[in-house]
Design a binder for this molecule. Structure first.
Ligand SMILES: C[S@@+](CC[C@H](N)C(=O)[O-])C[C@H]1O[C@@H](n2cnc3c(N)ncnc32)[C@H](O)[C@@H]1O
Length: 327
């Protein structure tokens, strides 16, 4: 197989694990690519029947994903949390492997592949939106992460899962599958945005930014009722613990300013960019709200949220990170 060829899927994807040898993978024909998308309300969405994922997959969304990738790198101070450098250090005769779940535009994988050229990266998504011409150490694959992976037991060094909480209904089941493919001592690294904003000074967001609060309440209820998606960001450490497959479970929280209210110039710039990303998010969520119990208020909720993040000082979003070792 030519490493520079584009998307692949497991030709005998019968729900059983195969291997990491990349045999049996079939290139997605160019002509089939439009079939992975469908248009609604002037936006492009995935067409996968069983995925509850609600966000579009078009140019605005790519801009948002790549913008967040940059922002998170600044916020966290690196591309990841945890002992990733030690884990991925070159070791003679051993091929290190990293799987990125719900890879999206694949920007995280591409940044990592540049920094760790000796490591093999697999970026997995239900839509072919990552580059068709990845570097030699990257393979972008089409796969539904709600189903078993093709990788053998214990064959993967690290699994990375960032911003996938809306891509799956059963995060616990996903963690069991992650535990299956990770080798002993392998690392799971996750990063999820909390579904609710907060105030930096700890005051009540419902009072200080009531329209932002109403918007996220409506999103939470709509996702729950229409798609069976729960906000799981702060529960992932407990889920990991409950599998009995992980140890050294470490969590961190990073607060990102939303808006240009910080006085420190670097944080102010971050807040400006982050607000831009949140405006894109809110506009993408309009279609979700239109298809649920708040349909009549969808426009007002979106516009109200945008107004709050443009006028209220002190709003922050929380990024929850977790890293844990496979026992
Ligand atoms: C919010 S994006 C995050 C992208 C990337 N992880 C990042 O942090 O930039 C979520 C991605 O999950 C993908 N996705 C949604 N449901 C999925 C599923 N069932 N299996 C695989 N990928 C899925 C979407 O297509 C989208 O690209």
């Amino acid at each position: 197989m030519d490493d520079h060829d584009p998307y692949y899927y497991d030709s005998d994807d019968d729900g059983t694990a195969s291997d990491t040898s990349e045999e049996g993978l079939v290139e997605v024909p160019q002509d089939d690519i439009p079939g992975y998308f469908q248009e609604r309300d002037g936006r492009l969405f995935h067409s996968h029947g069983s995925s509850p994922y609600p966000l579009p997959v078009d140019a605005d969304e790519f801009h948002r994903q790549n913008g967040l990738n940059r922002l998170l790198r600044t916020l966290i101070g690196d591309l990841f949390v945890g002992p990733v450098r030690e884990l991925l250090a070159m070791s003679l005769g051993e091929q290190r492997r990293v799987v990125d779940l719900g890879t999206g535009t694949g920007q995280w994988v591409l940044d990592m592949a540049h920094e760790f050229p000796h490591v093999r990266f697999y970026g997995v998504d239900i839509v072919p939106i990552a580059t068709r011409y990845p570097p030699h150490n990257v393979l972008f694959e089409m796969h539904n992460i709600m189903e078993p992976f093709r990788y053998q037991d214990g064959s993967i060094d690290m699994v990375h899962a960032r911003s996938i909480s809306m891509a799956i209904q059963d995060y616990r089941a996903l963690l069991h599958e992650v535990g299956r493919i990770l080798r002993r001592g392998g690392l799971f690294v996750s990063c999820e945005w909390g579904r609710f904003p907060a105030m930096e000074d700890g005051s009540e967001v419902a009072i200080r930014a009531p329209r932002a609060h109403a918007f996220f309440n409506a999103i939470r209820d709509t996702l729950r009722v229409r798609r069976g998606i729960e906000p799981v960001a702060s529960d992932i450490p407990h889920f990991l613990e409950a599998t009995g497959q992980f140890t050294n479970i470490e969590t961190r929280r990073f607060l990102a300013p939303v808006g240009e209210w910080p006085t420190d110039p670097a944080r102010r710039e971050m807040g400006r960019e982050f607000r831009e990303m949140m405006i894109l998010y809110a506009r993408s969520m309009r279609a979700v709200l239109r298809d649920g119990p708040f349909a009549d208020y969808a426009d007002a909720l979106v516009e109200g949220y945008i107004r709050d993040i443009s006028t209220v000082s002190g709003i922050v979003s929380t990024c929850f990170t977790v890293h844990a070792r496979r026992i």
